[in-house]
Write a protein that binds this ligand. Structure first.
Ligand SMILES: Cc1cc2nc3c(=O)[nH]c(=O)nc-3n(C[C@H](O)[C@H](O)[C@H](O)COP(=O)(O)OP(=O)(O)OC[C@H]3O[C@@H](n4cnc5c(N)ncnc54)[C@H](O)[C@@H]3O)c2cc1C
Ligand SMILES: NC(=O)c1ccc[n+]([C@@H]2O[C@H](COP(=O)([O-])OP(=O)(O)OC[C@H]3O[C@@H](n4cnc5c(N)ncnc54)[C@H](O)[C@@H]3O)[C@@H](O)[C@H]2O)c1
Length: 472
């Protein structure tokens, strides 16, 4: 067994681990990276990338079916599901070099493709190496949580890992869980030609603002998706091709395939965390505001840290850790400016506080401004008129924004920038947006904040009247 001594050891080559390594190695630290499976982790191989590629295929099919509104003959697309999966794998392959061993070795890191586990507070062993490091980063990500529903282990079920290898279009896909994974995959499969039933134990898209989620759900149901809420899966029966799910209240749903999307489980079991004095919580590794674990030499980031589980959060965590581990700065990880988006159509996006959270925090000081997509000329021209932007404002500053509608995930960037920099609503109205863009929605939402102050103010009317009397 070879012994290595290093400045920084990173366990896991997903979104979080790779960002730490890229930063630290290029800034001159001696870095070792461990990866037990595929470079790029979940996002590249089993998560964001394949799901967005599949969603795009679904969108193309949907546009073909709905072309008549633009004066173009609608056609029922012939979907070759295996070819769609080829497209998905091709997209993964085109991004893979960016996350490759070669690229990271080019930055000066040593990449070892083996599983790591702690043997003491500062040492990790793999099959062939014993690595002692001044600082260690746990970036081991998460895996689909498979709940102990009786019968589930008796049927062939899909998760976000196995879905990409399925080559035949499911005739009727049962999706357990109406969170982002469930809803994105449900709509994509519906558009590609499957019957789809989502079986959700509480409320579908339950982490988002209910007013906006309801707008999205109505559209999804309009496309023929069956979305059953308050339907907690209790028992699963059947065999490949003929599966039944029974819910707690006795409803029974039948389908040909089943996708389990009921949340994630942090990858911690293989790490022997107790050997390093590292504690866990119910959702992942226990960390403080600086992302330090209960062992002060060791950080945990991304999905393994059990908080918000997004690629951009893992990347943000990496920046915090690089500042702390390399420069000794007291960097803290915040959540108040973290956006997220769910890539159903219409998209659903959020940053900062939802309306309910903002009401709780700011009480009567809160103002909520709204602007609907149908008031935007570009949305009218392109027939994307279903949508709403809602901005929560307190003390003249946005404290949250929620968007449902075409490209909501793109538009939330604007509010993420405003919140991250503490901008006032005034700063937003001083911007000129090109016409006709969807981006004007943001400015119109800010305009909705100032309109009553300008147009319903007797003081403003008095000043205008006075000035008009005296100017030539
Ligand atoms: C279907 C799906 C769609 C998603 N879509 C989006 C999206 O659109 N946008 C978004 O922001 N997020 C999305 N996510 C979430 C996103 O994929 C994760 O938040 C992100 O991958 C977390 O990055 P990470 O670095 O923490 O972990 P991961 O990417 O999971 O990487 C962890 C790596 O650690 C390795 N590892 C684990 N244990 C060990 C060990 N002991 N030794 C060595 N290596 C180890 C694993 O093999 C893995 O490669 C999606 C997730 C799924 C499942
Ligand atoms: N667009 C994106 O950024 C994106 C896309 C996909 C995933 N993700 C990330 O991955 C994480 C995991 O996604 P997810 O959708 O698996 O989890 P989730 O926790 O967001 O949603 C799971 C849903 O399953 C339901 N559920 C749990 N047990 C059930 C049961 N027995 N029967 C029926 N319903 C049940 C829950 O009520 C919940 O609504 C997300 O929180 C997100 O961080 C992000």
């Amino acid at each position: 067994m070879e012994t290595i001594k290093t400045d920084l050891l990173v366990i896991g080559a997903g979104s979080g681990g790779l960002s730490v390594v890229a930063g630290a190695a290029q800034m001159g630290a001696d870095v070792v990276l461990l990866e037990r499976h595929k470079m790029g982790g979940d996002c590249l191989n089993y998560g964001c990338v394949p799901s967005k590629a599949l969603i795009k295929a679904g969108k193309v099919a949907h546009q073909m079916r709905n072309a008549a509104q633009f004066g173009i003959a609608a056609v029922e697309p012939k979907v070759d599901y295996a070819a769609v999966k080829d497209h998905v794998h091709d997209v993964i392959a085109s991004i893979a070099p960016h996350d490759s061993v070669e690229r990271f070795e080019g930055f000066g890191a040593r990449v070892i493709q083996e599983e790591g586990r702690f043997v003491s507070e500062d040492t990790v062993e793999t099959a062939s190496f014993r690595i002692t490091a001044r600082r260690i980063v746990i970036a081991t990500g998460s895996t689909a949580f498979v709940p102990p529903i009786p019968g589930l282990d008796q049927v062939p079920y899909l998760t976000n890992e196995s879905l990409w290898d399925l080559r035949e279009l499911p005739e009727h896909l049962l999706v357990i869980g109406g969170g982002p994974i469930g809803m994105e995959m449900a709509q994509a499969h519906r558009r590609l030609g499957s019957q789809v039933t989502v079986i959700e134990g509480a409320k579908a898209l339950g982490k988002d603002d209910p007013e906006l989620a309801a707008i999205a759900l109505e559209r999804l149901r309009g496309e023929g998706l069956v979305i059953e809420e308050d339907a907690l899966a209790k028992e699963i029966r059947g065999a490949a091709g003929a599966i039944e799910v029974e819910t707690e209240d006795g409803r029974v749903f039948k389908g040909s395939h089943i996708l389990v999307a009921v949340g994630r489980k942090a990858n911690t079991e293989a790490l022997d965390l107790d050997k390093a004095g590292i504690k866990t919580t119910g959702t992942g590794v226990k960390v403080d505001d600086h992302l330090k674990t209960t062992n002060k030499r060791v950080y945990a980031i991304g999905d393994a840290a059990g908080g918000l589980q997004f690629t951009h959060v893992a990347g943000y965590h990496a920046g915090v850790v690089v500042q702390s581990a390399l420069f000794g700065l007291p960097a803290k990880a915040k959540t108040s400016h973290i956006p997220w988006a769910t890539y159903i159509e219409p998209e659903l996006a959020q940053v900062g506080l939802t309306e309910a959270q903002a009401k709780k925090k700011h009480g009567p000081k809160l103002e909520v401004v709204r602007f609907h997509y149908d008031g935007n000329d570009r949305a009218q021209a392109e027939r994307h008129t279903t949508g709403l932007i809602k901005v929560m404002v307190a003390g003249g500053k946005p404290v949250g924004a929620s968007i449902v509608g075409h490209q909501a995930g793109e538009h939330i960037n604007f509010w993420a920038f405003a919140l991250a920099n503490g901008l006032k609503m005034k700063a937003i109205t001083s911007m000129v947006s090109p016409y006709p863009t969807y981006g004007e929605l943001n400015k119109r939402a800010a305009g909705a904040y100032f309109s009553p102050r300008l147009f319903e103010s007797t003081a403003v009317k008095r000043i205008v009247g006075f000035v008009q009397r005296y100017i030539p």
